[in-house]
Design a protein around this ligand. Sequence first.
Ligand SMILES: [Zn+2]
Length: 256
Amino acid sequence: MEITVAKKLDALLKLQAIDSELDAIIKVRGALPEEVGDLEDEIAGYQTRIEKHNQDLLTIEEEINRNKIGIKDSEKLIKKYEEQQMNVRNNREYDAISKEMELQALEIQIAEKRIKEGYYKIEKKNEEIQKTREVFQERGKDLESKRKELDVITSESEEEEQKLREEREEAAKSIEERLLKSYNKVRANAINGLAVVTVRRGACGGCFNIVPPQRQADIRERKKIIVCEHCGRILADVDELVLEEDKKLKRGRDKS
Ligand SMILES: [Zn+2]
């Protein structure tokens, strides 16, 4: 079944009316949805950072433990060498064992230094974790209050929005895809979100540039889809009512 141009234009006007209502609802929410999204990202970043720090802590602790075991092993060796030294046969053997003992003593020193460094690193890490946690909690509170704020605003218009979305879906069904695509494109580029307008007081309802009388006559016929030559918006109809009001106003003025 062929849909007449007039029907298409009516469907477009209806879609535009619904979208404008939806725009108004979303405008009330302002920058809140974006702010909530940004805060969520930021907080997720802190969470990841804390997890990374905790992972680092484990690595440092493991290293400390390894060094502690190393010290114990060296101490055992030294004890063993001490016993061996009691039973040496000559000075050369005694000296060789002494060298080994010195070496192990040195190993212990190095391990102790590493352990000390490890504890220092842990201290610094904990400070960083603490700082990150503080920011994390602070921003968490911000997020909570912003979410609440948004929830209040959203819940106020939730039902209406849902209803409009359903109506929108229904209205869009009777518009061919190609037309819908260009409608969405014009709407996305228009500051006021208008893609379909009427001619009011002889001017385009979107950009307010004058529409010549012959063009107005064509628009009034509704035989084809006509777009504003200045802004590209679809001119769906001519608002006669406004024209009548203007005439009355003018007559009223003329009389006085
Ligand atoms: Zn225009």
